[in-house]
Structures are given as structure tokens and as C-alpha cells.
Design a protein around this ligand. Structure first.
Ligand code: ARG
Length: 439
């Protein structure tokens, strides 16, 4: 069941046949392939290359194949070379010899480039809409706990007080940037490769503007060779997916840390946790760990396709068939990770008191104390030194700054009055200056 064979004397080896076949994975593209073929047949009819009757028969035949696939009447398997051969062969089986005219002024090279672009565009939209849902989950979780304060960290050392809601809002911003990146990739890819044919166009006066418009592209690509051999759009999206996974993995890492007894800031719902086969007490954050782990394969797929594309001469080379499994796996993995995260977040229980207690330990108001001294006319660098000595004293006495008496504070210079306690209060500090933005 081949689309070629005329110039061959010997049959293809079985080994080569199965090595070469992409049907087991490019069957994902059946919808895009049929849609592209329908539009191609309409264009051939419009340009007088097919007569109306032929055009209609082909379009009907393709629509029937789509229906048969979607209802399970036609299974995509067998010893076909790829999805393109599968659909064309089945079309010919269905409507007879007229089906053999469909491939006029087309090659599998522009056909597969089109299918992948249509697929990539659709999946890019799915990723954007799932990121939108994830951002709603993050926002809801923040709103639900908007009075919760926690330590903000640098170097994983307690640094300054922040709100839990503000912490989550960092991730909302990351995912917003991810959506913009994907929109941008969608915009760049939005040119139709159909009509480039094998690499050098065709002697027919086909209408590439028509097919581009019908398929929702801005315009046809400018260059035939580039059109059939461009896989930038896959690399770009896979790199956007890698960045999304990197963002998710950072969130996962925090969720895992916060769920540990050492932090004990949150508890993930049972629905997204698992137990241990030996240790009865265990409740493990597997969902977050799996997302963190899957980041590796999304990075791997990107590097794998970058390497495949490296130094490929123009135009199409069979190496490019390797784009599919890598891209499909990256899309599926990224989509499922976003979805799991969006559904896990609402199950999280926040341990407000533990977060607050962590705020109280670690001198998270030391910067505020230095700011207080600045208000009293002390240059910041000197204030920094004074507070450093106060912190040392606190560590020695095992006290927090707010537990020091005025006498104790004034040992370090006669700057302090009662207003200091209000100034270094954790909640009140959040109402001052641009910190208000964190509320
Ligand atoms: N299965 C091929 C791919 O994925 C389709 C294009 C085949 N073109 C060719 N000239 N053999 O790239």
C-alpha cells in the first residue's frame, strides 16, 4: 500500500517498511490531513485543475473517511507508510480512480508541513486555555487565604514577610508570560506551506492565497524550500512548553517543601497524594513530584529535535519525521501537567498559624527596623550595622526583635521609642510604602 513504487524493481524489505512507517504516531494528524486535502481539492476545482464533479466526489469521499474514522468504522492501522498514504489509499478504495487525482500539485512534503502546523496551532490554543484555568486556580487559592502572611525567602533563608496570595501571584505572572510567548509563536507560524509541493512549487497555476485563507493562515509562505523544511514553529513551541514546565517545576518544588514536616505550611488533599507500601504514616506529594520529574522529558524532546534539525541541508529530509513523537509527547505532557496542577491547587489546606510562626522566627522585620532608624535621621548603612548588632544580641538571648524592651533596644543607641513596635509589626509593615501592593 504505497504511494510510489513505479521506479522500483525489488520489493521493500519488511524491516525497512516497519522502520520507515510513521503511521503508529502520525495517525494523530488524521483530522488535519483530511481538512488540508479537502481545501486542496476545493482549490484544484476552483482553478479548473479538477472538474466540479471530480472535486465534489473527492471532498465527499474525504468527509466520509473522517466520519468513518471518528465513529470507529475505519481503524487507522495496517501496513501503510504514513497517515497520508492511509487516507489517500482509503479514498481511492471508496471513490475509485478519481481519488488518484487528489495529489495533483501537492507533495507529502508540503502536506505534512501543513498538518503539523495545523496541529501545532490547535494545541497551542489548548495550552493557552489550560494555562488560563491554572491561573484561575492560583487566583482562587490566593483569594481564599488573602489574610495569610508567610516568610518570603532568598537563598531559601527567611528574608522578609510577604503574603501567601502575593507569592502565588508570582506564578500567575509567569504563566501570563508563557501565554504571550505562545501567542507570539502562533503568530509567527501562521503562514501556509500548502502549495510548496516537494520543494519547488508546481507548473500548475494553483491558488495558494485561497488555501491559506481557507485554512485560517495569514498568507502562504514566501519560499517553497523553506516552507517544506521549516520546523522552527515546533521548536519554538517546545521551548515555550519547556519554560512552562520549568515554571511548574518551581511551583512543585515549593509545594513539596511546604508539605514537609520541616515546613508544614500546607497539606495537599488526599486526592492528589499517595501512600507508602511499607511506612503506614506516609503521605507523599506524588503529583507535584511527577510534574517536576516530567520537566526533564519536555526539555529532552526540545534538545532532541534541535539536534535532529542541526545542519540539515535544504529542503525536506526524512530526519524530520522525528519531529512528531517529540512534539506530541511534549504537548501531551505539558497539557496534563498543567491540568493536574490546576486541579490539585484547590485541594491544598493552608496552615496559617505555622506560616505566621515561621514569620516570627528569623528576624523578618530587621529591614523594617533599619528603615525605622533611617526615619530618625540615621544613614541606611549605619542603620544596617546597628540592626545587625541587635540581631546578634537577639540570637544570644533567644528573642525576637519585637520581644526586646525599649531599654534593651536603646543600648544600641538612644533612638527608640514605643512607636518602634508598631513600625516593625509584620502585618502593619505590609501596609506601608509600596509593600501595600502585596496585599
Ligand atoms: N512521514 C513523513 C514525515 O513525517 C511524511 C513526509 C514524507 N515525505 C517524503 N518525501 N517521504 O515527515
Amino acid at each position: 500500500m504505497k504511494l510510489w513504487g513505479g521506479r522500483f524493481k525489488e520489493a521493500e524489505s519488511k524491516l525497512m517498511e516497519s522502520f520507515n512507517s510513521s503511521l503508529s504516531f502520525d495517525k494523530n494528524l488524521y483530522k488535519q490531513d483530511i481538512l488540508g486535502s479537502i481545501v486542496h481539492a476545493k482549490m484544484l476545482t476552483k482553478c479548473g485543475i479538477l472538474n466540479n464533479k471530480e472535486g465534489e466526489l473527492i471532498v465527499k469521499g474525504l468527509e466520509n473517511i473522517l466520519h468513518d474514522i471518528e465513529t470507529g468504522i475505519l481503524k487507522i492501522d495496517g501496513d501503510y507508510e504514513d497517515i497520508h498514504s492511509f487516507i489517500e489509499t482509503n479514498l481511492i478504495k471508496k471513490i475509485g480512480d478519481v481519488g488518484k487525482k487528489l495529489h495533483t500539485a501537492r507533495s507529502r512534503n508540503d502536506q505534512v508541513a501543513l498538518d503539523m502546523k495545523l496541529y501545532a496551532r490547535e494545541k497551542a490554543e489548548e495550552v493557552i486555555s489550560s494555562l488560563n484555568k491554572l491561573n484561575i486556580s492560583l487566583k482562587d487559592l490566593g483569594e481564599k487565604h488573602k489574610d495569610v502572611i508567610m516568610p518570603g525567602y532568598t537563598h531559601l533563608q527567611r528574608a522578609q514577610v510577604i503574603t501567601f496570595k502575593y507569592h502565588l501571584s508570582s506564578y500567575i505572572n509567569m504563566f501570563k508570560r508563557d501565554m504571550k510567548r505562545i501567542e507570539n509563536a502562533k503568530d509567527i507560524l501562521n503562514e501556509s506551506p500548502l502549495g510548496c509541493c516537494a520543494l519547488a512549487g508546481t507548473t500548475y497555476y494553483i491558488d495558494r492565497e485561497f488555501t491559506a485563507k481557507e485554512l485560517g493562515f495569514k498568507k502562504p509562505v514566501d519560499n517553497f524550500l523553506d516552507g517544506v523544511s521549516d520546523r522552527d514553529y515546533l521548536l519554538e513551541l517546545m521551548s515555550d512548553f519547556s519554560i512552562i514546565m520549568m515554571h511548574l517545576s518551581r511551583l512543585c518544588e515549593e509545594i513539596i517543601l511546604w508539605s514537609s514536616k520541616e515546613f508544614s505550611f500546607i497539606e495537599i488533599g488526599d486526592e492528589f497524594s499517595t501512600g507508602s507500601s511499607i511506612m503506614p504514616q506516609k503521605k507523599n506529594p506524588d503529583a507535584a513530584e511527577l510534574i517536576r520529574g516530567k520537566t526533564g522529558r519536555v526539555y529532552g524532546n526540545l534538545i532532541s529535535l534541535l539536534t535532529t534539525m542541526k545542519a540539515l541541508p535544504l529542503a525536506y529530509n526524512k530526519d524530520m519525521q522525528e519531529d512528531k513523537e517529540a512534539f506530541f509527547d511534549s504537548v501531551d505532557t505539558t497539557l496534563s501537567c498543567i491540568k493536574v496542577m490546576a486541579e490539585m491547587l484547590p485541594t491544598i489546606k493552608v496552615k496559617k498559624e505555622n506560616m505566621k510562626n515561621a514569620v516570627k522566627k528569623g528576624f523578618l522585620n530587621a529591614t523594617e527596623l533599619a528603615d525605622y532608624l533611617v526615619l530618625k535621621g540615621i544613614p541606611f548603612r549605619d542603620a544596617h550595622g546597628i540592626v545587625g548588632r541587635i540581631v546578634l544580641y537577639c540570637e544570644d538571648k533567644d528573642k525576637s526583635i519585637e520581644e526586646l524592651s525599649l531599654e534593651e533596644l536603646n543600648q544600641f543607641g538612644d533612638y527608640f521609642d514605643f512607636s518602634v513596635y508598631e513600625y516593625i509589626d509584620y502585618d502593619k509593615a505590609l501596609l506601608r510604602g509600596i509593600k501595600k501592593e502585596m496585599i
